[in-house]
Design a binder for this molecule. Structure first.
Ligand code: ATP
Ligand code: MG
Length: 360
């Protein structure tokens, strides 16, 4: 069976790192005998917007709905198109229409990358943040009263549903079950947020009964952020509501020094709709066109996509390829300038593809 992948490079360096993402996927596909079928799309980019007055064609759901994965570059051309148009008109439409209710970010300390945390070595930090992506604190329920007066009141509600919580917890528990440490940490704040967070805790406890092999603990979000910095080795899979997950999914990769090379995924776990894989970095107009953008974020996204398809071994081979090249260091490998090297985007991409082909 082949997997159908929609390739959407977007803007700026998205167009430069995307070919390297595909090169790595093709190397893994050859080695593990997978069939990947790529189709390229020019929409969900600001160039498309400037030509058509919209980010996406009218029938985008029909065009993309049948794919297994959306392999996305970056979107944004801040000098010509305001971010709220480019972002709202593309990624956020995908997330909502394709019910991508899990946001997944790996936090893994890679060789040769300096963590801002002292004395941490590869192997010490290796966990996932699983963020609820559709409800919670980011509901648009609420409003203002007595606007502009001394009595002004502003309210915004948090909406949590049993279905919404349970489905993201189920994903997180299943992920924890597949990992060697089988550990799940829940982010809460039930000591201060007295209605929604105790409910979140209850649902975690209820779900835990179905996963007796998974070791479960919980931390209040304030001390949890401290522990990300002080004891990142404690964590394996961390599951959090939309707001807490938003914070943790920036903090986690920052602790591993990888925000520039970090991948992320917006996942529909049931495969009813395509999931989306995109590097954390943006379109980086300041370095666009110079062939110096680091392609690792895009390549690592390809690994996450293969894992989502169930090709865990092939996904792992891509991550190992990245690690092998990073471990060689800037003297021996064509690392890009942000990694202290003199290599180009395409040279680094080729080196990683070669490492994937020969198994590290
Ligand atoms: P967003 O589009 O998400 O708002 P941003 O404008 O905040 O993103 P980026 O576009 O990611 O940020 O760029 C931030 C900085 O990081 C820039 O100086 C950019 O050159 C650098 N940068 C981003 N991605 C890469 C990359 N892949 N390789 C090298 N440098 C990068
Ligand atoms: Mg930007």
């Amino acid at each position: 069976m082949s997997q159908r992948i929609a390739v959407i490079p977007g803007d700026g360096i998205g167009n430069e790192v995307m070919p390297e993402g595909i090169r790595a996927l093709e190397a893994a596909a050859r080695r593990f005998d997978l069939k990947l079928d790529f189709r390229h799309f020019d929409f969900a980019s600001c160039d498309y917007y400037l030509d058509h007055g919209r980010m996406l064609p009218e029938d985008w759901k029909e065009q993309l709905g049948g794919f297994d994965g959306l392999f996305f570059g970056a979107v944004g051309m801040p000098d010509k198109v305001p971010d709220h148009i480019s972002l709202w008109g593309s990624l956020l439409q995908f997330r909502r229409s394709f019910d991508q209710y899990v946001n997944l970010r790996p936090c893994r300390l890679m060789p040769g990358i300096r963590s801002p945390l002292a004395d941490r070595r590869p192997g010490d930090i290796d966990f996932y943040v699983v963020r609820e992506n559709t409800e919670g604190e980011y509901s648009s329920v609420g409003g203002r009263m007595f606007e502009g007066t001394e009595r002004e009141v502003v309210i915004q509600d948090t909406v949590m549903t049993r279905t919404g919580i349970d489905r993201v917890l189920k994903y997180a528990f299943e992920l924890a079950e597949r990992r060697p440490r089988r550990k799940l940490t829940s982010a809460t704040k039930s000591n201060g947020i007295s209605i929604t967070m105790p409910y979140w805790d209850e649902r975690v406890q209820a779900m835990a009964e179905h996963y007796p092999n998974v070791d479960v603990d919980k931390f209040h979000i304030d001390i949890l952020t401290a522990n990300f910095v002080l004891h990142p080795d404690w964590f394996d899979v961390v599951v959090a509501s939309n707001l807490f997950g938003d914070i943790l999914s920036d903090l986690g990769p920052a602790c591993t020094g990888t925000i520039g090379v970090a991948p992320s995924a917006n996942i529909n776990p049931e495969h009813h709709f395509p999931s989306l894989f995109e590097p954390v970095h943006g379109s980086a107009p300041d370095i666009h066109g110079r062939n110096i953008a680091n392609p690792i974020g895009q390549i690592w996204c390809g690994a996450m996509m293969l894992e989502h398809f169930g090709h865990e071994q092939a996904g792992r081979a891509i991550v190992e390829g990245i690690e092998a090249v990073l471990a060689a260091g800037p003297e021996a490998a064509p690392l890009t300038p942000d990694l202290g090297g003199k290599g180009s985007t395409s040279e680094l991409g080729e080196a990683i593809a070669a490492a994937i082909r020969d198994g590290g």
